[in-house]
Every structure is written in structure tokens, then in C-alpha cells.
Ligand binder design. Structure first.
Ligand code: ARG
Length: 566
């Protein structure tokens, strides 16, 4: 592609002049200076023992002689600025990556496991698992288009006391009718009420309910018919709900191997580690893995004193299962910043037991809001955590407001709603905490999903209303389109970098800039109406075709669809 070709031409000139191999980076300077710039002369100054400005002048002279550039200039201490003709840029756009949109084979032959959204079964799907799904899905898509073999896994939180809490609470506070009507919300209500009852009885130093909870857990372990029946009933409701939300968010995974799937194996592995002296048993029967050699003072607890498996026990088994089953080169855990310390322990433990695979905690910041007192805090509602279903419903209502008065299908409303929510996940580096505000995520003139979607819809409308013909456009000079063409040419590098750094927000930034450049272009250049010749019109339509493809492709990487109208 173009950037590579330019780098190659600079490297060739360096080799001819100085007989040296040098890495060259390109940047995009202010357009007054040039289309591309490099600071390679500064880097060469030391090895060559020469003044960088002098090196830059020499390189510039040779680059001029190649005839590939319309202008080569030297600025400041030794920056080289390059300008290319619009025509050359357009030809390049046409020939080099017309159908590949920056897709490449960087990950060929390598396998990656990406884990998201890993929601918990006990309660309705809340915003707490929104970012995991968004980020995880986008990373999966980036890996797909860069040649990786990608396996996705929803590591469900389906193990441990919640089951016992559910049954006890169901028998005490609920009924078949209520469960049939309210489904997961009834289970959530029962769960919270029972947790409170457990807390209250603990304060009274009683253990009646707590004992019942344990009894149900043991029954389930022993495959008691009634317990298995309850488990299936509750799990079906819960997983059905998780699927519904994931469906609305347009995300899915290949596997759903939850914690419960790994618990038994985990306990076995803990025994093995004890045998190998890697894990240590405390006097109370609990088991730990010390991590001092990794600079982590707190050991990882892998078994409770009563022998029960813990979160880490199931994760331990999960790691080994993935190794044996999929032989991944990399495993990505899309999980919030709250678990940074836990994952540092888990990853250290994996090293300790000899796992070579790169395990990455792809963490992200919280979703915050400004509360009634004007204070920024983690997003919540009067009732507690914000439910995804509610958030999506509200987003659809907002999307309807945005397009009020226009004919927009329900399907498109959903695309706008989900697009707005998802895009807001990518407006900054994922580590940044997001400040959630309906106004900004639906801002039609800002860095938002609807802004980019609208730009895409507009392009598509122009393409829909005007036919592309066989008109010969080879003589067209593309000057008005130069900035849009340069932007399009950047896309393959953006994809490559976003994939390399696991940073999908780079795609979002790019798409926003493309939309903005395009809007500026429309302001000065008529496409299909007014004073345009047939050649101009046809050339411009063909460029818009590329733009449309890139919007589609880029938004798709983020899990966002383009509405047919808005
Ligand atoms: N279910 C967990 C939670 O909501 C997240 C699971 C993360 N993945 C893992 N392998 N530990 O906190």
C-alpha cells in the first residue's frame, strides 16, 4: 500500500546515499507542509555523524529525482515533507487495496481465545458487563480481519453459592407464578432479598438460612433430582436472558464454558499443585499459591478451608483446558479494571505452573454518571445497578427522538440505539472511565455513533440516488478530493495498529475523522447536483463508493451497523 511504498522509496534512497539500513516512520503533517513527513534524518544524524539538516537536504534532493513526488521540502532541524499529486494518490487508492480494506494476515497460523462478556447468572444483565462485550467483540473482529484464528468464550459466572441462595429464596419469597411472569427479574429480586435475609440472620448470630443454602449446594453436587431440576430451571431463565441481551447488542460467542464447567477439574488441579509443592495448604485447610517471586506479596487463594472451589480455582482449570483444547498463542480476558490485581495474580500463577501462552487482561475503566448532587460516580439508578434491558429500551426511545419526523424503521432505530451506546465505549482509550450522558452519546454533531452512522447513511443515499456509469474518469485530477483520499489511504494502517495494540478505539477515532473530512468536502464540492460535469460526478461517486465501504467495514469492526435511513 501507499505508505509502505513511500517508506520503501525513502529506504532505497538512504541505502544509495549512505549504504545503511534504516527503519523509517511516516507521519501526517499539517497539510500546508505536505501529505507525509518523516524525521528519519534526525535518526540518522548520530550513526552518520552528520548534521541532520544536511542529511535531510541530501535525501530530499534524491527523493525529488525519483519523480514520485510533486514536492519535497525540508523543515526545521531536518523534517522531510513530501507532497504527492492527487491523481497519484487516487490511482493508488484504486489499485492497492480496493477490496481488502486493510485486512491482512498478520496473525496467520496463530490462535487467540477472546473471553467476553462473562456475565453472572444470578442477576439480570447490568451495565457492569456492557464494556466487556463491546471491547471483547471489537477485538475479536480486529483479529478476524488480521488473519488470526479466533475462538470466543463466554465465561459465565454460574458457579457457587448463588444457586443455593436462589432455591432458599425461591421457596421462601417467591412462587411458580411470579417466576413465570418476571423470569430473571424475579430471580434477581429473590437473590437480593435472600442475601439481605442472610445478612440479617448473621447479625442475630443465626445460621438457619445459611445452612439451608449449603444443603442445596451439597444436594446439587450429589446430583439430587430436585436440586438438579431447580438448577436447570433457574439457569435456563438466566441464560435465556443473557442471550437476549447479547442478541440486542449484536454480540455472540462460540463457546459458553462457565465457571461451573471447570469447578471439579479445578479442585483436582489444586491437589496436583499441592503434590508438586507449587501450592501450600494452610492449617485451616485452605490452599494458596505464593507469588512472591513475581513481586506479588498476596498469594492466590485456590481453595477454601472447607474444600470448596473458588473463582481462582475455576480460572486455573480454564487456563489448562484452553491449553489442551485450543493451543492458543494468546488469551484475552475482557474484564473491568476492578479485577486488575486478581488478573495480575492469575497471570503470575499461570507462569509459575509453566504456561507459556500470553495471557492478557484487556481491562477497561468504569462507566460513570453525574449524580443529582453533581458528583461523578459509577453509573447506577435509584433502584441500584442499571439493567441492560432498561438501558437499551431508553436508548431506543432516544433514537426515536433523534429521527423524529422522518420515516425510519424499527430495525434502524435499534441500530442507531445500539450504535450510540457502543460507539461511546470507543471514544477514548479503553482504560479511560466513560462519563455516560445521553446527550453526548446521541450528539449528532459530535464524536458519536449517530454522527458517523449519519455520515454513512448520507453517502449511501447519494450512491443510491445516482447511477455509476462507465464514464472514463482517468483524466480527472482529484484535487478537491485530496484530503478524503489521504484519509482513506490511512485506513489499512489504522486497522493494523488497532489490532496490534488491541485498541479498537483507534477505529472509532478514524471513522469520526473520516466523517468530519467528508462533511468538509461536501461543503465545497458538489457531487451530483449543480455545476458538475459528468466526469466530475462519476469520479466523485466512485470515491464515495470507497468511503461507504470503509464506513461499513470500520463500523462493523466495532459491532455497529449502518442504518438504511436515519
Ligand atoms: N463473571 C466475572 C465477573 O462478572 C467475570 C469473569 C472474568 N473472566 C475470568 N476468567 N475470570 O466478575
Amino acid at each position: 500500500m501507499l505508505m509502505d511504498a513511500i517508506i520503501l522509496s525513502i529506504q532505497t534512497v538512504i541505502r544509495q546515499l549512505f549504504n545503511i539500513e534504516q527503519v523509517v516512520h511516516l507521519s501526517r503533517p499539517d497539510s500546508d507542509f505536505g501529505d507525509f513527513a518523516t524525521n528519519v534524518a534526525m535518526q540518522l544524524a548520530k550513526p552518520l555523524g552528520k548534521n541532520p539538516r544536511e542529511i535531510a537536504e541530501q535525501l530530499a534532493e534524491s527523493l525529488r529525482q525519483t519523480g514520485d513526488y510533486t514536492e519535497v521540502s525540508v523543515a526545521g532541524p531536518g523534517f522531510i515533507n513530501l507532497k504527492l499529486s492527487s491523481k497519484k494518490l487516487a490511482d493508488n487508492l484504486q489499485s492497492t487495496w480496493s477490496d481488502k480494506y486493510g485486512e491482512n494476515n498478520d496473525g496467520a497460523g496463530k490462535t487467540m481465545v477472546v473471553e467476553y462478556p462473562s456475565a453472572n447468572m444470578a442477576k439480570p444483565y447490568s451495565v457492569g458487563h456492557l464494556r466487556s462485550g463491546n471491547q471483547g467483540w471489537a477485538v475479536k473482529r480486529l483479529m478476524d480481519v488480521t488473519g488470526w484464528n479466533v475462538i470466543t468464550d463466554n465465561h459465565l459466572g454460574d458457579y457457587g453459592t448463588p444457586f443455593g441462595v436462589w432455591v432458599v429464596g425461591f421457596l421462601k419469597f417467591s412462587s411458580d407464578e411470579q417466576l413465570a411472569t418476571d423470569g430473571i427479574y424475579e430471580l434477581g429480586r429473590v437473590y437480593i432479598a435472600t442475601k439481605k435475609a442472610l445478612k440479617d440472620e448473621k447479625e442475630r448470630s443465626e445460621t438457619v438460612l445459611a445452612d439451608q443454602v449449603q444443603d442445596w449446594l451439597i444436594k446439587l453436587e450429589n446430583n439430587d433430582e430436585l436440586a438438579v431440576g431447580y438448577s436447570k430451571r433457574f439457569n435456563d431463565i438466566s441464560i435465556g436472558h443473557i442471550h437476549e441481551i447479547m442478541g440486542r447488542l449484536r454480540i455472540a460467542t462460540d463457546y459458553e464454558l462457565g465457571e461451573a464447567f471447570f469447578a471439579r477439574r479445578g479442585k483436582q488441579i489444586v491437589q496436583d499443585l499441592l503434590g508438586q509443592g507449587i501450592a501450600i495448604q494452610n492449617d485451616d485447610g485452605s490452599v494458596i499459591v505464593p507469588l512472591d517471586e513475581f513481586g506479588i506479596k498476596v498469594p492466590l487463594l485456590v481453595q477454601k478451608s472447607n474444600g470448596a472451589a473458588l473463582y481462582a480455582t475455576t480460572d486455573l482449570a480454564t487456563i489448562l483446558y484452553r491449553e489442551e483444547t485450543w493451543h492458543p498463542d494468546k488469551v484475552i480476558y475482557a474484564v473491568g479494571s476492578e479485577q486488575i490485581f486478581y488478573f495480575s495474580q492469575l497471570i503470575a500463577m499461570a507462569k509459575k505452573i509453566g504456561i507459556k501462552t500470553e495471557l492478557v487482561h484487556l481491562w477497561f475503566g468504569t462507566i460513570d454518571q453525574i449524580n443529582e448532587d453533581g458528583v461523578r460516580e459509577k453509573m447506577s439508578s435509584r433502584k441500584g445497578v442499571v439493567m441492560m434491558e432498561e438501558l437499551l429500551d431508553q436508548a431506543e426511545a432516544k433514537a426515536r427522538e433523534v429521527v423524529v419526523g422522518r420515516e425510519v424503521s424499527d430495525d434502524d432505530i435499534k441500530k442507531i440505539a445500539v450504535g450510540a451506546i457502543k460507539f461511546s465505549d470507543f471514544i477514548a482509550d479503553r482504560r479511560t472511565n466513560i462519563l455516560f450522558s445521553w446527550d453526548s452519546i446521541f450528539a449528532l454533531s459530535g464524536f458519536s455513533g449517530p454522527y458517523v452512522q449519519y455520515a454513512a447513511v448520507r453517502v449511501n443515499k447519494i450512491l443510491h440516488d445516482n447511477e455509476i456509469t462507465q464514464t472514463d474518469i482517468s483524466q480527472y485530477d482529484w484535487a478537491p478530493e485530496k484530503s478524503v483520499i489521504l484519509k482513506l489511504l490511512e485506513y489499512p494502517d489504522v486497522v493494523r495498529l488497532a489490532a496490534r495494540d488491541l485498541e479498537p478505539h483507534k477505529i472509532a477515532t478514524y471513522l469520526y475523522e473520516l466523517a468530519r473530512d467528508l462533511n468538509r468536502y461536501y461543503e465545497t464540492t458538489p457531487i451530483a447536483v449543480g455545476d458538475v460535469t459528468d466526469v466530475e460526478k462519476q469520479a466523485r461517486l466512485r470515491l464515495l463508493q470507497k468511503v461507504s465501504q470503509i464506513f461499513n467495514h470500520g463500523l462493523n469492526l466495532l459491532g455497529i451497523e449502518v442504518p438504511s435511513s436515519m
